[in-house]
Design a binder for this molecule. Structure first.
Ligand SMILES: [Zn+2]
Length: 896
């Protein structure tokens, strides 16, 4: 009866409080009645204590299976489980939602967005360590003596990620990768007279005064150039090519305009800038200029009477959009390490995703002068243009800051991420996302301090060098592809979380309903009674008479590109790319974007500043907060749902919509291909998925049922405890709670530092690698070790009690685990080892960034592009068969 301890004070003097035994040789009727009463009491006591012991044993049996199938679910759902000591389910959500607030959001924006922090610079390193400190403070991740900054590829860095499934306490660190990137050297842009003399020389840097103090201070801190652009010089005649997309270049060719030896001038918009350069290069151009055209600013233009920033909401004519000219749709990441991580000593190849001709980004003010040279009416002189773009190509270290909140299920990880590097100040891109993430982390911190433990592990990433071409996330993804495939159930991305008034979420079709329901559960930031989901209909209020029809058409086309739920497809242009397109992880990205009637968002310019956010982007910072709530809610739900909120049926029906689109493209391209077998496969998948939905429901129902029974047992234990308490109080004894736990703790209070360091257990991952949790986490390891020993200790008590119930529980949990495994790997079913033709890095046959879009998504990309660009019926047939096989396999995998 070790469970029923008496208070030591009473032990010393038991006689004082307990009545003396009645010792009479002859029993009177009264004393007999007393004896009978005592006998009954004794029997009750024995019965009760026996029952109590049984339940105690049962509890220990359950708790001992910490890494076993049964325990996590019992803990998750049992009414009095260990896990439920902290907030859980709706209570956790409610406790989270009260944390993000505008005051802290503004504070975080000041911290991250009032100093330049381009990738690889000291300012960037400072933000990396600031973010690390945030994780350490909020999550309670122990800060080791020497900063946990690990060179990628070293044992420390490898172990930091690979040991995530064995962690029991939050942790945080920084991984350093070594990509080849470049910085700007001298540049110039001139109009030359016929004799070669300079008649005009452009001021290439942005121009700003102190009206916006940060812009005034840092206008030339980061030169206005193109990241990963080709260093070199070019001279040629100017040709205007609109947006610089394939149709624009084809139109020029149709007009008999030869781009060989020319310098092409194009406006920003529509497609990724690197692909504008690629298109020009392939047609023989020697240089490219890309400018910001007010026509793409919708109604908010000087023409409509709006004053330019910093005095009004229109575009500052001196603003320049920096940005990468990587060929994003060929492959992202370090150009010199395609498909593998860029460690300090990695073997490098010549990048094939970067231009071979120089380019420069220029302001509208400069573009106006140049466009005068080539006036459509022929009055321009079209003199020779000289373009100089010298750059410094070299290996530049970058810093991904990572944090982990371990959950009860170790091998199912929900990952959330947002890039941290900006071209200059980046108050919107990406600091608004960093601010929202900051508030999410504070929310999780508040939950952790209340004893919260998620069901699944949560990993938080602050990516670096996204602006150069998704480099930080891509290198990490290439470093840990197996780990991602084995463990990550979903990746939820933020980039810029606020640049305007319209909420626009994109996701894998399997997450569409999940995303919508989270957005419906967050209040609209400004309109009472409405939700964040309603903000998809929001538009700016700055109207005007004049608007460019082409920009408008493009904008409206983008609005239409959503599924029937209202969610867009993911192309590329942010850090979800390696997760979705290469590893096949269901992903999300989204936030508030700019509309054609919002204050002009100065993308990648020094005017993307904190002041602009306060005045025009998000006065009151309420949208930043709404996105924090939305992302936090999605994370909590993805982490804590018993059955993963992944909808394969919606995906299967979306596939048919994708095929409809392909068929109509094929018929207008007069390519005759039989899509019947592919359609049959999709129907088969739909059927299999509907059946699987029933299995999802049934598996969850069964588990809930059995867990209820477990909870009943636990309730009995509590009842028994209460009765014991009452009995004890009859005898004047105090009730004791949790004595065993404290005794156990005291037992493990010894053993520190060095001893622990030597005893760090090695852990074998699923892929067979033996890893040691990295050093520098002594206290964390100590805690883990204690917990481990506690588990072992409990293992001894694994008795015969409750075996039947336990078996049932185990079976039910296994069933749910099997369902979740299928759900988590569904997206992976679209991955084909051979990838997409001519850009094999991209392996997802369901969706990819369009070959000539970059940002925009193309569904069934290999098949679609075989029609649109290759115009090759044999290839179309081949791609159709490839998809049919893939979808048949997918159906088989979810079939029962
Ligand atoms: Zn960004």
């Amino acid at each position: 009866m070790s469970d029923v301890k008496v208070d030591p004070v009473d032990e010393k003097n038991p006689v004082k409080d307990i009545p003396p035994p009645v010792a009479t040789p002859r029993l009177t009727s009264r004393s007999r009645r007393n004896a009978d009463a005592w006998g009954r009491w004794l029997r009750v006591l024995i019965f009760v204590l026996l029952g109590y012991t049984c339940v105690q044993h049962w509890r220990k049996v359950l708790e001992s299976r910490d890494i076993d199938e049964g325990s996590w679910m019992a803990r998750a759902l049992g009414k009095h489980g260990e896990w439920r000591k902290g907030p859980f389910g709706k209570k956790a959500e409610a406790a989270f939602l009260v944390v993000p607030n505008p005051i802290n959001a503004v504070g975080a924006s000041v911290q991250y967005a009032t100093k330049p922090h381009m990738a690889g610079t000291p300012g960037d390193f400072k933000t990396a360590t600031d973010f690390l400190e945030l994780l350490q403070t909020e999550l309670g991740a122990v800060a080791p003596e020497s900063p946990p900054i690990y060179s990628a590829g070293t044992v420390e860095s490898r172990n930091a990620t690979l040991s995530i499934p064995s962690l029991r306490t939050p942790t945080a660190w920084i991984d350093v990768y070594y990509p080849v990137m470049n910085t700007a050297l001298d540049r110039s842009l001139e109009i030359l007279d016929d004799d070669g003399s300079v008649v005009w020389k452009a001021e290439l840097e942005e121009v700003a005064d102190d009206t916006d103090p940060d812009a005034g201070k840092y206008f030339d801190a980061v030169p206005a150039w193109h990241g990963l652009s080709k260093g070199g010089e070019a001279k040629g005649k100017l040709v205007y090519a609109n947006y610089g997309n394939q149709e624009d270049y084809d139109d020029l060719a149709a007009q008999g305009i030869d781009l060989n030896g020319t310098i092409v001038i194009v406006r920003y918009g529509g497609i990724f800038r690197g692909l504008k350069v690629k298109g020009a290069q392939e047609r023989g151009a020697v240089g490219v200029l890309i400018y910001s055209d007010p026509r793409d600013d919708g109604t908010v233009t000087a023409e409509n009477g709006y004053i330019p920033y910093p005095h009004g909401p229109a575009r500052n004519p001196n603003s320049v959009q920096r940005g990468s000219t990587q060929y994003l749709s060929v492959y992202p990441g370090d150009p010199t390490t395609p498909g593998y991580p860029s460690y300090e000593n990695s073997t490098r190849t010549e990048g094939t995703n970067i231009p071979k001709i120089p380019s420069l980004p220029i302001s509208w003010a400069n573009a106006k002068v140049l466009l005068r040279e080539i006036k459509e009416d022929g009055s321009g002189r079209n003199r020779t243009i000289s373009l100089v773009n010298h750059v410094d190509d070299r290996v530049i270290p970058i810093w991904n800051t990572m944090g982990v909140i371990p959950g009860l299920i170790k091998d199912e990880i929900v990952m959330i991420g947002n890039h941290r590097d900006a071209w200059v100040l980046g108050a919107s891109d990406p600091s608004s996302g960093t601010v929202s993430m900051h508030e999410v982390i504070r929310g999780f911190g508040a939950l952790l301090r209340r004893g919260w433990k998620p069901l699944r592990t949560i990993v938080i990433a602050s990516w670096d060098a996204e602006e150069y071409g998704l480099i930080g996330s891509t290198e990490w993804g290439e470093d840990f592809t197996d780990f991602i495939e084995e463990n990550i159930v979903a990746y939820l991305n933020l980039d810029s979380s606020v640049s305007g008034s319209r909420f626009s979420p994109s996701a894998s079709p399997s997450l569409a309903h999940f995303v919508r329901s989270a957005a419906q559960d967050v209040s609209h930031p400004t309109k009472p009674g409405k939700t964040l989901w309603d903000a998809r209909q929001d538009r700016g209020i700055l109207t005007g008479e004049h608007i460019d029809p082409e920009a408008l058409a493009m904008y409206e086309e983008a609005l239409q590109a959503v599924d029937e739920v209202g969610i867009g497809a993911l192309g590329s242009g942010s850090d979800y790319t390696v997760f979705l397109q290469r590893a096949g992880v269901a992903s999300h990205s989204g936030g508030f974007g700019s509309t054609l009637s919002d204050p002009v968002y100065h993308y990648h310019s020094v005017f993307d500043s904190h002041r602009w956010q306060l005045l025009y982007g998000d006065p009151g910072f309420v949208r930043h907060v709404a996105i924090a709530k939305y992302l936090g809610l999605m994370t909590l739900r993805m982490a804590d749902s018993v059955v993963l909120p992944i909808n394969t049926t919606h995906y299967a029906f979306e596939l048919e919509a994708y095929l409809d689109k392909v068929e109509s493209i094929a018929s207008s391209a007069a390519i005759d291909v039989d899509f019947d077998s592919l359609r049959d496969s999709i129907h088969h998948l739909q059927h299999a998925s509907k059946k699987f939905d029933k299995e999802k429901e049934e598996a969850e129902r069964k588990l809930q049922h059995i867990v209820k029974r477990v909870a009943k047992h636990r309730a009995i234990r509590h009842k028994v405890k209460e009765i014991i308490c009452k009995i004890k109080s009859v005898f004047g004894l105090k009730c004791t709670r949790g004595e065993n736990l404290h005794a156990c703790h005291a037992h493990h209070q010894h053993g520190h530092g060095r001893e622990v360091e030597q005893q760090v257990p090695s852990v074998e991952t699923k892929s067979g690698q033996v890893v040691k949790p990295r050093l520098g986490r002594y206290m964390g390891i100590l805690k883990e070790k204690r917990a481990h020993e506690h588990g072992k200790h409990d293992e001894h008590t694994k008795g015969k009690l409750g075996k039947h119930l336990y078996k049932k529980l185990k079976r039910a949990v296994k069933r749910v685990r099997a369902v979740n495994k299928k759900l988590a790997s569904f997206e992976r079913g679209f991955i084909h080892e051979d990838g997409i033709k001519d850009r094999e890095w991209y392996r997802h046959l369901g969706v990819a960034p369009g070959k000539w879009l970059g940002y925009g998504a193309t569904t069934l990309p290999a098949l679609t592009e075989a029609i649109t660009y290759e115009k090759n019926a044999t290839l179309v047939q081949h791609e159709t068969s490839r998809l049919t096989v893939l979808i048949d396999k997918l159906a088989k995998e979810i079939e029962l």
